[in-house]
Design a protein around this ligand. Structure first.
Ligand code: DHB
Length: 424
């Protein structure tokens, strides 16, 4: 067994794990990041494409925003299309904020390139990782390195950033863990197509035939989704059938969806999940390891950015100021933002999808809700505020200490978002 040591061992090199490693590096805290998958596999897994303003500000403060600026697109609103009628939600007007369309796998590439440039220790394709001693003073991650050497990484703390199917959350004993879970009776059929954009902004379409979302990627490739049976087989659908389905769900006067060759098809399950607590002993969960949202509203990566901001500052407080208060309350603090976003993701999903067992009352009520949200300033302001995102960290004492190395980085996203609301 090879013995190595670091301050914070991070399980998972997705956006949560890499963002945490970058933030801790700013605070002068040493990390080793261990990842099961290859770098190529993560970089080629298609994920959602919307970054909240706070997430953009955080990436910018870390100096990793060059490609996000040159290849991403700023969106100042979205269209809700209600049975063929366009209802725009104007984020800029309602809350003075915007979002960035820039896919998660590109964020990953920027974080991984930045980690290499910064000299961070990130190891891909390690196997058989196990957590040891998380309830004691000296936890460890035991794993097999790419050269086959069984290795013991001793650390002060472990950050579980290994996604919804990772090992970390299962290390919290069953009798202490509550798995808050909901499954939806539909999934999303996602496609990538070679075509120019069909609209300037994203279209979230409610229709009697089911939900559809017209998103974008580049001037020549587009991302689109439509509500489907969660057990559907993507290969069962021909391109023609897919376009028929997308056309009838997005039909509106004067609108024509631009078709093109489809080069990727997947069925995405829809789940809501929150693990409580998000910390146990010296283990701290962050990102999808602690919670999953259904994709409507694209909150996944943004929630991870919030978790790791809170965790990084709590660890900095421990190491630099000798205070364990923020670490002790990490889970409870992160969960407040998580549950707000859980509600938003559930609400967008419920409001926009066709429910298989809905009766005429349910359907008419849903249209009443969409009418309210798109015609009342109060209603649309809630959507705009939640979609563009709340501040990543609380403004409570201790989080924004200007004397701390992270204080400046974390404060940047509050200034950018203009959101100085108290810690809710
Ligand atoms: C995308 C995905 C989403 O879930 C969403 O709400 C908006 C955009 C996307 O992949 O582009």
């Amino acid at each position: 067994m090879l013995d190595i040591r670091t301050q914070v061992g991070i399980v998972g090199a997705g956006p949560a794990g890499l963002l945490l490693a970058h933030l801790l590096a700013v605070a002068g805290i040493e990390t080793v990041v261990l990842e099961k998958r290859s770098r190529e596999e993560i970089a080629h897994t298609h994920r959602a494409g919307i970054l909240e303003q706070g997430t953009v500000d955080l990436i910018t403060a870390l100096g990793l925003d060059a490609r996000l600026r040159s290849e991403g697109f700023t969106h100042h609103g979205i269209e809700l299309r209600v049975d063929g009628e366009a209802r725009r939600i104007d984020f800029a007007d309602l809350v003075g904020r915007s979002v960035q369309l820039y896919p998660q796998q590109e964020v990953f590439t920027d974080l991984a390139d930045g980690a290499a440039a910064r000299g961070l220790d990130v190891r891909f394709e390690v196997t058989d990782a196990e957590l040891e001693g998380i309830e004691g003073e000296s936890p460890a991650i035991v794993f097999t390195d790419t050269d086959g050497a069984r290795t013991r990484l001793a650390c002060d703390f472990i950050a579980g950033c290994d996604g919804s199917r990772g090992i970390s959350k299962r290390a919290i004993p069953d009798e202490l863990r509550t798995d808050n879970f909901r499954e939806y009776p539909f999934g999303w059929f996602g496609i990538l197509t070679e075509a120019p954009p069909s609209a300037d902004e994203l279209i979230y379409a409610h229709s009697p035939h089911g939900f559809a979302l017209i998103s974008q990627r580049t001037p020549t490739t587009q991302r689109m989704y439509f509500q489907c049976d969660p057990s559907d087989d993507p290969d069962r659908w021909t391109d023609e059938q897919i376009w028929d389905e997308l056309d009838r769900r997005t039909a509106a006067p004067g609108f024509a969806l631009t078709h093109g060759p489809i080069f990727d098809k997947t069925v995405i399950p829809m789940r809501s999940y929150v693990c409580e607590p998000m910390q146990h002993g010296r283990l701290f969960l962050a990102g999808d390891a602690g919670h999953t949202v259904p994709p409507t509203g694209a909150k996944g990566l943004n929630l991870a950015a919030g978790d790791v901001s809170v965790l990084a500052r709590a660890l900095e407080r421990h190491y630099r100021e000798g205070k364990g208060d923020l670490l002790a309350t990490y889970g409870a603090t992160a969960l407040r933002r998580v549950w707000k976003a859980q509600h938003f993701s559930w609400w967008m999903t419920s409001m926009l999808h066709t429910h298989p067992d809905a009766n005429s009352f349910d359907n008419r009520r849903q249209l009443g809700e969409l009418d309210l949200v798109t015609t009342s300033r109060a209603g649309s302001t809630y959507l705009a505020e939640a979609y563009t995102g709340w501040s990543l960290i609380p403004t409570a004492p201790g989080y924004l200490d200007p004397a701390s190395a992270l204080g400046e980085v974390l404060a940047s996203q509050l200034r950018g978002s203009g959101d100085m609301s108290p810690s809710r």
